[in-house]
Design a protein around this ligand. Structure first.
Ligand code: AMP
Length: 212
């Protein structure tokens, strides 16, 4: 099973990807995490990526498509995967319509901008477990010390830019989908991302486990 999760920043894609990967024993891939790891290595082309991410802008389709193709061709993806953060543009979706990358389900987590901004500003990351994100509301943080940090691109001004990018490039995907994918087996679903984590998860699970 190949599942793609899209949605505005802070819509809960990463959390759902984690839950679904556990439930269905699928490898979880986050494009944002791959990019942040590349930046961490500080090689020169990655400087460009760092600048774009820190400005809240999307990275070029060419780079993203190369990263995705390379990652999903690895052995651990053979029996399926959950891809968090792809496709985010029509250019990326076109690669799917050309069958260069295949997918079974695409879920878009929908959530109003106001709630997103509140959510992201509360989001904290634990530097000891950088793949996990936490909310300030969460009292069960695993390391009660000063090791928490905010993602650089979770600054309010940059969040607004990221949301603009989402509106401009990712939101039009639904229309693109309806026009170009009607006759294909790929299924596109919108999920109400304002619900609790568990209810979002349940909505997705119901769709995945529906007998057709
Ligand atoms: P995320 O962790 O999903 O919020 O992604 C962090 C940043 O990585 C985004 O703001 C973009 O700059 C970049 N990024 C992640 N996925 C994509 C994508 N599919 N296309 C373009 N840029 C991306």
């Amino acid at each position: 099973m190949r599942i793609f999760l899209i949605g505005a920043p802070g819509s809960g894609k990463g959390t759902q990807a984690r839950l679904l990967s556990k439930r269905y024993h699928l490898i979880k891939i986050s494009i944002g995490e791959i990019l942040r790891e590349l930046i961490h290595n500080k090689t020169s082309p990655e400087k460009k990526i760092k600048n774009l991410i820190n400005k809240g802008k999307l990275v070029s389709d060419k780079t993203i498509i190369r990263i995705v193709k390379n990652r999903i061709s690895q052995k651990d993806c053979m029996s399926g995967f959950i891809l968090d953060g792809f496709p985010r543009t029509i250019g990326q979706a076109k690669i799917i319509s050309k069958n260069e990358i295949s997918v079974d389900y695409i879920f878009e987590l929908k959530i109003p901008t106001k709630i997103i901004i509140e959510r992201i500003l509360k989001r904290k990351k634990d530097s000891l477990t950088p793949k996990k994100t936490y909310s300030l509301k969460n009292e069960n943080l695993p390391h009660a010390n000063n090791n928490f940090f905010f993602r650089k691109d979770d600054d309010e001004v940059i969040i607004k830019k990221r949301l603009q990018e989402y509106k401009k490039f990712t939101q039009p995907l639904k229309t693109y989908w309806n026009k170009n994918f009607k006759n294909k087996k790929i299924q596109f679903f919108e999920i109400d991302g304002t619900q609790t984590i568990l209810n979002v998860y349940k909505d997705i699970k119901i769709i995945l486990e529906k007998k057709t």
